[in-house]
Ligand binder design. Structure first.
Ligand code: ATP
Length: 435
């Protein structure tokens, strides 16, 4: 398992993730996804959407707005309850989340233990003002979770898509939390992306559906290559359950910082729909045509972080090995996640015929798979670069290619090389990557 420094440095060096606002000295725990990072993150989101929407008859999607009616956050309990206990050290003025203070940490001022204040509740929602007048009536919040847009659209979606229970709504989008102690790279930030599902079921079937979703979601990570030993399910203790939850199980990943939450799967009962019914005055029950009764659905919520998942995939894929006495770093990303599927490399960049053939192959591949052309170094170095960013295949055009019209296709993990006729290279790689 690599340490976090190794991952942070690879991400910066190879264009996955940069510190936000770097030329201004950075902006606390905000990160920008670079050219390869955005490809990887998009692939994570695409794989999730495919698995939970495209492949399922009982699921549909939504893309709600970030700014919503402020009363939503009163109804949901966030205004009153979305607090973390905060403590300050009187000596060094550092601020901590009370439940995350490391008792062994020394205060930089006194060199002894921190001199902590009593815990105070700190609401983590970012407040803003909508419109030109910044008075209390104009207060709005940046959403701290995507879920609420789903709850308040429950009937819109149900009616327009003619859905019957059980069915679910999936959404991917940004969420914002004014975390007291963000850190550990992209693991905990103040602006992040969530992939959330609200799955609406008949009361009484909720426990069974909860179990099914825990199993399904764990399976998704495994199918995308996460090692089983690095995943575990952790049940929440009764005293750590959120105010709306009857039961919650976290999928945890063995991050370099230790076992930590990747995704939470909660039974939110009928709390949210009930609250919004009461606060809005609109009846958010579902009319069951079979029993002629109104049902307040129960909700199972698998809620994962896009950034945490992306980080876990990077960490899990990172591998170092020794090949012919040299260290090889390789990102063994699943083929659906790899930012680039193919790199086309000319063996000699000063031979126009070779360059032309290589560029033509790259152009032919582009409509089918993500692909780059690179001639900026010698072939050994080009291979190492592609291994380090997880590119699945390298296609090399050499002097022989001009004669026999064949190219070398090298596979990332095994480094196995085969000669493939130029006329077949698109078909062969399509099959390998997409098949
Ligand atoms: P934690 O206990 O780590 O603060 P949480 O239990 O508050 O997380 P949830 O409210 O369950 O998190 O949010 C669902 C998912 O959103 C989390 O599993 C995580 O992947 C992601 N997430 C939550 N907060 C952050 C954050 N500050 N930065 C990045 N991802 C986050």
């Amino acid at each position: 398992m690599p340490d976090m420094e190794t991952i942070v440095s690879l991400c910066k060096r190879r264009g996955f993730i940069f510190q936000s606002s770097e030329v201004y000295g950075g902006f606390s725990s905000c990160w920008d996804y670079g050219p390869l990072g955005v490809e990887l993150k998009n692939n994570v989101k695409r794989a999730w959407w495919k698995s939970v929407v495209q492949m399922r008859e009982d699921m549909v999607g939504l893309d709600g707005s970030i700014l919503m009616h402020p009363r939503i956050w009163e109804a949901s309990g966030h205004v009153a309850n979305f607090n973390d206990p905060m403590v300050d050290c009187r000596a060094c003025k550092l601020r901590f989340r009370a439940d995350q203070v490391d008792p062994n940490e020394k205060c930089p001022e006194t060199k002894g233990p921190h001199d902590l204040t009593e815990a105070r509740q700190f609401n983590m929602m970012f407040k803003t003002h909508v419109g030109a007048v910044a008075d209390d009536a104009a207060v709005a919040y940046l959403r701290p979770e995507t879920a609420q847009a789903i709850f308040v659209n429950f009937l819109n979606v149900q009616a327009t898509m003619r859905k019957k229970l059980p069915f679910g709504i999936a959404q991917i989008g940004k969420a914002f939390r004014n975390e007291i102690t963000p850190g550990n790279f992209t693991f905990r930030t103040r602006e992040f992306e969530q992939m959330e599902i609200e799955y609406f079921v008949k009361p009484g079937t909720d426990e069974e559906w909860h179990e099914r979703w825990i199993a399904d979601r764990k399976q998704w990570y495994l199918e995308l290559g996460i090692k089983e030993d690095n995943l575990r399910i952790r049940e929440h203790e009764p005293d750590e359950l959120a105010h709306y939850a009857r039961r919650c199980a976290d999928i945890e990943y063995n991050f370099p910082i230790g076992w930590s939450e990747l995704e939470g799967i909660a039974n939110r009962t009928d709390f949210d729909l009930k609250q919004h019914s009461e606060h809005s005055g609109k009846d958010l029950t579902w009319f069951d045509p079979e029993t002629n009764e109104h049902v307040m659905p129960y909700v199972i919520e698998p809620s994962g972080g896009v950034d945490r998942a992306t980080l876990a995939f990077l960490v899990d894929a990172y591998d170092e090995e020794t090949v012919r006495d040299r260290k090889r770093v390789v990102l063994r990303l699943h083929k659906d996640l790899a930012p680039l599927k193919v790199a086309v490399l000319p063996l000699l960049r000063n031979r126009p015929e070779i360059v032309e053939m290589a560029r033509k192959i790259a152009d032919d591949l582009r409509p089918h798979v993500s692909c780059m052309y690179d001639d900026t170094a010698a072939i050994g170095k080009l291979y190492r670069r592609q291994d380090e960013i997880g590119t699945l295949y390298c296609v090399t055009v050499d002097v022989d290619s001009l004669e026999d019209k064949q190219v070398t296709v090298r596979e990332r993990d095994s480094m196995e090389q085969v000669r493939v006729p130029v006329s077949e290279v698109v078909g062969v790689l399509r099959e390998k990557v997409l098949g």
